[in-house]
Design a protein around this ligand. Structure first.
Ligand SMILES: Nc1ncnc2c1ncn2[C@@H]1O[C@H](COP(=O)(O)OP(=O)(O)OP(=O)(O)O)[C@@H](O)[C@H]1O
Length: 245
């Protein structure tokens, strides 16, 4: 159901001791929508992603998923509800093949002894990377033999496979070159086409304007504003980020 509200953040507040990282933050995310979260270093972007993904609990405020209050105990509780995160520093097991990474922590097993069903994991992984056109030699390739862009492709394919509601992307292309960035952006477009809600942190305003439907600006933990991407421009967003008109 395109356009349905997936996530609502209501008056979220997060303090670490005396440091207020997020104050009174509210935002709704819809299915099939890409919202970019922008702001200078220390603005609170990563903290917000960690709150949504269950890594941190908010000091106050609440989170609704599909209209129901959702307080995630931890990151695995958020994953069970269909929320996946892709980080800049790829959380992949370097010495393992792609298919084991795809099923990391959620391995398929077979028979009464619960042996790893490597054949099925390999086949399902191959189908997924083919479908998404993630260009890697094979589902059996070892992660350490892949380029940065290929690894990020695997991380996004994994998120696509497991996310049923929401994908959070924390600077997914920060470490990539131009061509690899373009491939990852094409993958993000595919997530959107699958009707997932997407929240992306990016320091590249060019990327933000290429990918997003809306842009949310944070400055020192404060929500400065949300704009429809088609109705704003870089100058406005830069002055919102910096506070300089
Ligand atoms: N675990 C923590 N303990 C104490 N303070 C923290 C913690 N995590 C973040 N902060 C503080 O909260 C504020 C927001 O940090 P956060 O990392 O969310 O910003 P950010 O916008 O993601 O920055 P960057 O673009 O540099 O990644 C900063 O003042 C930071 O020092």
């Amino acid at each position: 159901m395109s356009g349905a509200e997936v996530l609502a953040l209501n008056n979220i507040h997060k303090a670490f001791g005396g440091v207020v990282a997020i104050q009174d933050f509210s935002l709704n995310l819809k299915a099939g929508e890409v919202v970019a979260l922008v702001g200078d270093n220390g603005a609170g972007k990563s903290t917000l992603i960690k709150i949504i993904s269950g890594v941190y609990s908010p000091t106050s405020g609440d989170i609704e998923l599909d209209g129901e209050k959702a307080g995630f105990r931890d990151a695995s509780a958020a994953r069970e509800k269909g929320i996946e995160v892709v980080y800049q520093d790829l959380a992949l097991a370097d010495q393992q093949p792609v298919y084991m990474n795809m099923f990391l922590g959620r391995e398929l097993t077979k028979g009464p002894l619960n042996l790893l069903d490597k054949k099925r994991m390999r086949r399902e992984t191959q189908e997924l990377v083919d479908e998404l056109d993630v260009r890697i030699p094979s589902a059996s390739s070892t992660i350490s033999n892949l380029s940065g862009g290929q690894r990020q492709g695997v991380a996004i394919a994994r998120a696509t496979h497991w996310a049923s509601k929401l994908v959070l992307l924390d600077e997914p292309t920060a470490a990539l070159g131009v061509a690899e960035t373009a491939r990852v952006e094409a993958l993000i477009e595919q997530l959107k086409a699958k009707d997932l809600a997407i929240l992306i942190i990016s320091h590249s305003l060019d990327q933000v304007f290429r990918l997003s439907d809306r842009i949310c600006v944070l400055r020192r933990g404060e929500q400065i504003g949300v704009r429809e991407t088609a109705k704003t421009d870089k100058n406005e967003i830069v002055s919102m980020i910096t506070g300089v008109a």
